[in-house]
Ligand binder design. Structure first.
Ligand code: NAD
Ligand code: MG
Length: 410
């Protein structure tokens, strides 16, 4: 029998929309949420392909809304939940994510979708004045300057979930008076170096998707794992930091720190350098942002410095990892360049994961797209979507050239 669930938000609780609930960020978020039944209520969940996992989450958490990408999958999910007496509404289609984040019961949106696919829902959340927790860095890379302006209008609160940016946020003064007036000299992003930190460049052509996705410190989705292996992840994070903290590319440096214990640092003009440390576990930045300004339990093991022993640092090798330099150049060029960089990277990584492109060609595809695409102003969502489409088409043409030559069989 179908039960009428009470889907009004209980007093004092945050109503959560978790976009990308079945992914690495979504799962970590739900683990933190499970520790705090008095603080959080799951109002909406979304998934792309893992519908069985979404069904299991709906059975357990009974959200008011579930969003599945494909209409057929959504219909099947709605039917099976209704048969079990559940009251979750299941939506699909182009606008479904945007409608879900606008729901009045949603106070906090966790953006855990991967790639530009999360752009419009992130925009909808910011436009609706929600508290928006950004793991999904690609929309910030593409349009963070506009999202910050939009947040100022709507009253939305943007909080970083990406571990480095969450660390920087924790090390910056709370007053939002700009970096210079806060006495900040630079932001130092740490980088594990990825699985190929010591691999000679001559071996990059033979790297397989399995090797690239085997990150030494973090367990993450496949796209960000490949980005970590090329160091494009750090390049995207450099742009993300420029956007979130209204910094110039010159104010951001990257240092390799293989233990991933220091998540990033802020240097002040008096020589002080503040760092945030913790075990490499996304539940810490997620708990920080979910609870902010309170500190809440994350379920993370305590940091044991004596057993870690030493913390190492080295400069990144931009000759072996050209993606970092390409991202910095796109940040300096500004305008549409970060969108073109991101689009080309998404296409190249997808082709690499589909075994259509060698790992070593990822930066070549991106460089060639950046050389082809003129840098234009990117002052509206429409302009950004237009550039995203054009750069993807240009990247696919380069990938097709590789495929036609049949240079890759792994
Ligand atoms: P993932 O691949 O594990 O999960 C991605 C999620 O996005 C899934 O739930 C999937 O259903 C959804 N999704 C994929 N394509 C979609 C589409 N076209 N439309 C709607 N939904 C779609 O990825 P992840 O590792 O959780 O990463 C998510 C985002 O968070 C990325 O932008 C990544 O850079 C960022 N991030 C992740 C980590 C981490 O530790 N995993 C750390 C920092 C930042
Ligand atoms: Mg990160």
């Amino acid at each position: 029998m179908r039960q009428e669930a009470d889907h009004s938000l209980r007093e004092g609780r945050q109503g959560l929309a978790i976009l990308g609930a079945t992914g690495s960020i979504g799962v970590s978020t739900l683990k933190v949420v499970a520790l705090h039944p008095d603080r959080f209520e799951v109002v909406a969940l979304s998934a792309y392909q893992r519908i069985d996992e979404l069904r299991a989450l709906c059975r357990e958490l009974k959200p008011a809304i579930a969003v599945a990408h494909a209409p057929e999958a959504a219909q099947a999910l709605a039917r099976s939940l209704a048969e079990e007496g559940g009251a979750t509404e299941v939506w699909s289609g182009a606008e479904a994510l945007e409608r879900a984040v606008r729901d009045p019961r949603v106070t906090t949106v966790v953006c855990g979708i991967v790639g530009a696919a999360g752009l419009k829902s992130a925009w909808a959340a910011v436009a609706a004045g929600k508290r928006v927790l950004f793991a999904n860095k690609e929309p910030l890379v593409m349009s963070g300057h506009l999202l910050l302006a939009l947040a100022r209008e709507s009253g939305a609160e943007l909080l970083p979930l990406d571990s480095e940016h969450n660390a920087v946020f924790q090390c910056l003064p709370r007053s939002r008076s700009g970096l210079a007036r806060s006495g900040v000299r630079r932001i130092l992003l740490t980088c594990s170096g990825g699985p190929f930190r010591k691999t000679p460049q001559s071996e990059f052509a033979r790297v397989t998707p399995e090797q690239a996705c085997a990150h030494p410190r973090w367990s993450m989705g496949r796209k960000i794992s490949v980005d970590s292996a090329t160091l494009m992840n750090k390049g995207l994070e450099l742009i993300e930091a420029c956007r979130l903290f209204e910094a110039t590319p010159e104010q951001i440096d990257v240092v390799i720190h293989p233990q991933s214990v220091i998540h990033s640092l802020v240097e002040y003009i008096d020589g002080s350098v503040l760092a945030q440390l913790g075990n490499p576990d996304m539940r810490t930045p997620i708990a920080h942002a979910l609870g902010f300004p309170d500190r809440i339990e994350a379920g993370v093991a305590r940091l044991d410095l004596a057993s870690i022993g030493s913390l190492d640092f080295e400069a990144p090798d931009e000759a072996r990892f050209p993606c970092l330099g390409l991202a910095r150049a796109a940040a300096v060029a500004g305008g549409s360049a970060p969108t073109a960089l991101n689009a080309a990277n998404e296409v190249a990584v997808e082709a690499f994961l589909a075994r259509e492109l060698p790992f070593s060609a990822i930066p070549i595809v991106i460089e060639s797209v950046l050389a082809k695409r003129p840098v234009v102003a990117a002052e509206s969502l429409e302009a950004i979507l237009e550039e995203d489409g054009q750069a993807r088409a240009a990247a696919r043409a380069v990938v097709d050239g590789y495929r036609a030559k049949g240079v890759w069989a792994c």
